[in-house]
Every structure is written in structure tokens, then in C-alpha cells.
Design a protein around this ligand. Structure first.
Ligand code: A3P
Length: 271
């Protein structure tokens, strides 16, 4: 899916356009949800596009080899999607007017989501047990490395006018207001009924039903639908059904240490 050459090209030579929008996230943070929200915002709430074109063609993966060929066909203004960490993102972004929407999720729920996702993904012949995955997550020994470094890296941009961050939990708590905030950031002026349409067609159930967005069309050799669903549970706090008390204490200890220099309080830190 990836190559060192492609990553080097993206970092040094990829031309970011001023009207580009990038959805950036650590895996399992609600990336696909944000992709669907943006597809709908781009079309003023009309779901025709999101119900007829696969999500990976509407906002292609910026760093994957497959994404490379898909990006060529995307007309501006482009919405592209990336899991890349801050330090290897396209240098040309930082001198452009392009916008980034960074979506963040409670890392405990990310571990749980990843645990089920890994079972479906055929690149892992032997998915890890939950304790093994948890340890690798805390040590940053995963694809896309450390969640802690990812968040700390990107949050350096938090005061930039071209950078907007939002949590999965905020989308959950108040999707309508979240859509309004996203529209404001993008400079998109949707009326109330158009916002209602974005909310309706990006709901968990709507996305689960939409074969253009639920990844059921993806090659079975890559994602085995018999082993789970990509649009899986879509809730906050599922970690409470998976972590032991000891695992939770250990996680909190590592989290506190690794995040101590970040001057942002995410609301899951209080729960
Ligand atoms: P769960 O596995 O906890 O259900 P990503 O797109 O970054 O890989 O994130 C996938 C996670 O987002 C999955 O979480 C998936 O179910 C959830 N998700 C996708 N669409 C959603 C929606 N419309 N509402 C809520 N959660 C959604």
C-alpha cells in the first residue's frame, strides 16, 4: 500500500493547492465519518454523490500508492485524506492556504476499534490479542506509529487559521453544531435544511447502509467482511467493555506521562 519513494515524494515535492482540504487523523478516529460529512457539505447536503461514488474516490487517500492514481482524477477543490504524522506531511502545505481538519478520538476507543478492524484486514495473518495490541499502542509500535506523537505533532498547528480540530466525541454529542462549525471553517454557507441533510446522511445507520461508504465494496482479499464490519459500533466509551481495571490504570499512567506537555484538555480526560 505504501512505498518510501511515494512518502518522500509527498513530503518534498507534492504540490498542495491553496483550495485543497485535508482530513487528517490517526486510524480509527472517525476518519470515514468525516469523509462522508465533507462529501455531503461539498454538495450542500445532496446525497447523490455519496450514494453513487465510493468514498475513497471522493476523498482519496493521499499517501497510499492507490491513492496516488486516484488523486490525479480529482478536480479542485480537492478533499484528500491522510493518516500521516505531522513531521512527514507535505512541506508545501505549510506555505499554502490549504485547510486541514484533524479528527481526534479517545485513544482507548481507538484501541478497541483497531482490535476489531485488525481481524478484518487481511494484511495481518495473525491479529494480535487485545493485551498485545494495547501494549503496542502504548509503545507506538503500530502502523502510523504512536498515537501520542501523532496528536502532539498535529496539535502544534492548533492556532493556525487553516487548521481545525474536532473530536469524535464532539461529533457524537452534537453533530449538528459540529457540522455548522466545519462549514464555518470551510467557508461553506449551508442553510438549515441543507445542514439537516448532512446530519441525516452522515448518521451511523445511513453510513452503515450506504455501500459507497461502508467498505463492503472493497476487495475481499483486503478486508474480509465475514470477520466484521468497518462501520462497526460507532459509540463512545466502548473501551469500558474491554479494558480491565489494571489495563485502564496502566493506560492512564502512560497517557499522563506522554501527554503532559500538551496544553489541551480533551474531555475524555475527565471521564
Ligand atoms: P468503531 O469500531 O468503534 O465502531 P476510521 O474511519 O478512522 O477508521 O474510524 C472507524 C470508526 O468510526 C469505527 O468505530 C466506525 O464504526 C466509526 N464510524 C464510522 N462512521 C460513523 C458514524 N457515522 N457515526 C459514528 N461512528 C462512525
Amino acid at each position: 500500500m505504501y512505498s518510501p519513494e511515494r512518502l518522500q515524494y509527498l513530503e518534498k515535492d507534492f504540490h498542495v493547492r491553496d483550495d485543497d482540504v485535508y482530513i487528517v487523523s490517526y486510524p480509527k478516529s472517525g476518519t470515514t465519518w468525516m469523509m462522508e460529512i465533507l462529501s455531503l457539505i461539498c454538495k450542500n447536503g445532496d446525497p447523490t454523490w455519496s450514494k453513487s461514488i465510493p468514498i475513497w474516490l471522493r476523498s482519496p487517500w493521499y499517501e497510499s500508492i492507490e491513492g496516488q492514481s486516484q488523486i490525479k482524477d480529482v478536480v479542485s477543490p480537492r478533499v484528500l485524506t491522510s493518516h500521516l504524522p505531522f513531521h512527514i506531511f507535505a512541506k508545501s502545505y505549510f506555505t499554502s492556504k490549504a485547510k486541514i481538519i484533524y479528527i481526534i478520538r479517545n485513544p482507548k476507543d481507538i484501541v478497541v476499534s483497531l482490535f476489531y478492524f485488525n481481524k478484518m484486514i487481511c494484511i495481518y495473518k495473525d491479529p494480535q490479542s487485545f493485551p498485545e495490541l494495547l501494549e503496542d499502542f502504548l509503545q507506538g509500535n503500530l502502523l502510523y506509529n504512536s498515537w501520542f506523537d501523532h496528536v502532539k505533532g498535529w496539535m502544534q498547528m492548533k492556532d493556525s487559521i487553516n487548521f481545525f480540530y474536532i473530536t469524535y466525541e464532539e461529533l457524537h454529542t452534537d453533530i449538528r453544531n459540529s457540522v455548522i462549525r466545519i462549514c464555518k471553517f470551510l467557508g461553506k454557507d449551508l442553510d438549515d435544511s441543507q445542514i439537516d441533510l448532512v446530519v441525516k446522511h452522515s448518521s451511523f445507520n445511513a453510513m452503515k447502509e450506504n455501500k459507497m461508504s461502508n467498505y463492503t465494496m472493497i476487495n475481499q482479499d483486503f478486508m474480509d467482511q465475514n470477520k466484521g464490519s468497518f462501520i462497526r459500533k460507532g459509540i463512545t466509551g466502548d473501551w469500558k467493555n474491554h479494558f480491565t481495571i489494571a489495563q485502564n490504570d496502566y493506560f492512564d499512567e502512560v497517557y499522563k506521562e506522554k501527554m503532559k506537555d500538551l496544553n489541551v484538555n480533551f474531555f475524555w480526560e475527565q471521564s
